[in-house]
Design a protein around this ligand. Sequence first.
Ligand code: NAD
Length: 412
Amino acid sequence: MQTLRYGIVGGGFVARFHCRALAQVRGIDVVGFVSKDPLDELLAFARNLGLGEPRAFASIREMVPHCDVVAIFAPNFARVEVVEEIVDAVKAGAQLKGLICEKPFARNMPEARRIMDLVRPLGIPTAYFENQIHMKCVKAARQQLEPVMAAMGAPLLVRSGEEHAGPHSGWFWDPTRQGGGVMSDMGCHCLAVGWYALTPPGKPVRFLQPLSVSADLALLKWGQPRWKEELLKRYGVDYGKTPAEDFATGMVTYLNPETNWKVKAQFTVSWMYDKMGLRLSLDGIGPGYAFEMNSLRSPLEVFIGDVAAAGLADTELALEKAQASRGLLAVQPNEADLYGYTDENVDAAEAFRTGRPPLLDWDYGVEITRLTMAAYLSAERRATIDLTDPATAAELEKYIPKIQQGRGAEVL
Ligand SMILES: NC(=O)c1ccc[n+]([C@@H]2O[C@H](COP(=O)([O-])OP(=O)(O)OC[C@H]3O[C@@H](n4cnc5c(N)ncnc54)[C@H](O)[C@@H]3O)[C@@H](O)[C@H]2O)c1
């Protein structure tokens, strides 16, 4: 098997998570990282996982000529400049087999289109990383139900949720840098997995046609004085001046172009889920069948009493975004695999090696950006957004949500 040399842009939370995933994928050698923060700890972590002898590069331009694949795991506000630098390196002679971009693809449609205008002429295969679609649970549900779906029809309604108690870095909370609040940060997960879970087996990921989006956004917890102050103190972000939503819910309606039947995906995301840690949930209903997933249900539980808990420091050892270090805790021993990070890397690497398309490419990322923008527009207008209307489609191309502009106080 041909070894692929990976270069990673970004050295934070998700880069580390992907290292844990890549350690479970064959034929990957991480040549290095580019980051704005010191990388010593991450380099040692990657080496210990057997991912090669990665080093810290001073710039993207320096790293790209050493890579077959470049993975963009930097913050949302840096997407366009990161892609510009990669493209410059390729134009200067670097040869890439593939490009990977984490979610969200872009903060708005002008950014998404700019990225595609830069990358498309190069003809390099692209993979958009939406981990939930690659979750083994999601795949298993579809495999198990495939004969049932063939007999009875595809799901008619799915409901997806991604919730935790709030992000780990200050820039996520700042709507002007991140792109908004939880809808921009995590709504993309639910939009993607909802669309996918409704899609009849064997059909392409964009087979179902999005018809309309309605959404409701709110600032329920982090706008309250006590929590607002904590954000200011911890991250220097002032939700008194530039608030973002910590809760979003809504509905996307799709058309099956073969049966002419409409199906629906409901989504709920929040940064105010004060329970054990990150919860990904998905349930679906078809004619005569159903499925249900909850990532907090684990075959493994541990209990830590008050006395034993004294001195316990790193609560995230048990679960991503863990909220407690004592009591009855759910433990997921292999979160990188559970959440789909392993399988999305397997899919991308195989695609780049063999030349087949990955399950999700950057055009798919653009479409998820469009649906996210439609959700913001719907919440601003308090109206359902008709995606089939040409005037609305044109408006979405230019639209920057008020929350993203730092004018969230006008709408929340
Ligand atoms: N799939 C998921 O569930 C998931 C989870 C977490 C994050 N993400 C996405 O991954 C991306 C990174 O998030 P994170 O949690 O790692 O953030 P983070 O704040 O933990 O880390 C960001 C890293 O990027 C570096 N960086 C900042 N600007 C840069 C630039 N211009 N060039 C290169 N490096 C730069 C920082 O130094 C830091 O190392 C975001 O787009 C986020 O939405 C996805």
